[in-house]
Write a protein that binds this ligand. Structure first.
Ligand code: CA2
Length: 149
């Protein structure tokens, strides 16, 4: 990673999270993904880090972005959506990323169906946050910025 990117965080959202604020507000809240990404960019500006926001419904695209982050970002904040519980490919890609990794969930998967209790992201993560709703995102960006120093 070059010096220019030592203060960049890649924020990755997985499948269906483009629907935030448009369905199931009782679980995920009424704010949209654009709202959340906007708060994170502002939190990044306040903390002196750039936040590179991505969302994909395709596992391979997320894997490719994690590879890209090896050269462009000092940290990854990832809500992999349902791929959290299924994707060895995302697990393996994260294993090859040497920076800070934060696994973030809006809900607390442990309070939900048993198939959400396994995380393949967790064993790769520096830190995990779950159950605080979407308001956790800008807090996490600030915390990661402080970790980066
Ligand atoms: O709580 C989270 O952040 C989750 O990562 C959300 C995933 C779910 O599969 C995980 O178990 C926990 C689901 C994302 C679906 O997002 C939607 C948002 C609005 C409307 C419909 C789906």
């Amino acid at each position: 990673m070059s010096g220019a990117e030592t203060r960049k965080i890649m924020l990755i959202h997985g499948p269906n999270l483009n629907l935030l604020g448009k369905r199931e507000p009782e679980i995920y809240g009424a704010d949209t993904l654009a709202d959340v990404e906007g708060w994170c960019r502002v939190a990044g500006e306040d903390a002196g880090v750039a936040v590179d926001c991505r969302q994909s419904n395709h596992e391979g695209e997320i894997v490719t972005w994690i590879h890209e982050a090896r050269d462009t970002a000092a940290a990854i904040v990832i809500n992999a959506g349902a791929y959290t519980h299924t994707s060895i490919a995302i697990h393996d890609a994260l294993r090859a990323f040497e920076g800070v990794i934060v696994e973030l969930h809006i809900s607390n998967p442990h309070l939900r169906e048993s198939f959400r209790h396994i995380s393949h992201i967790g064993p790769t993560a520096t830190a995990q946050v779950a159950g605080f709703g979407v308001k956790a995102y800008p807090k996490v960006i600030g915390a990661v910025a402080r970790m980066l120093g």
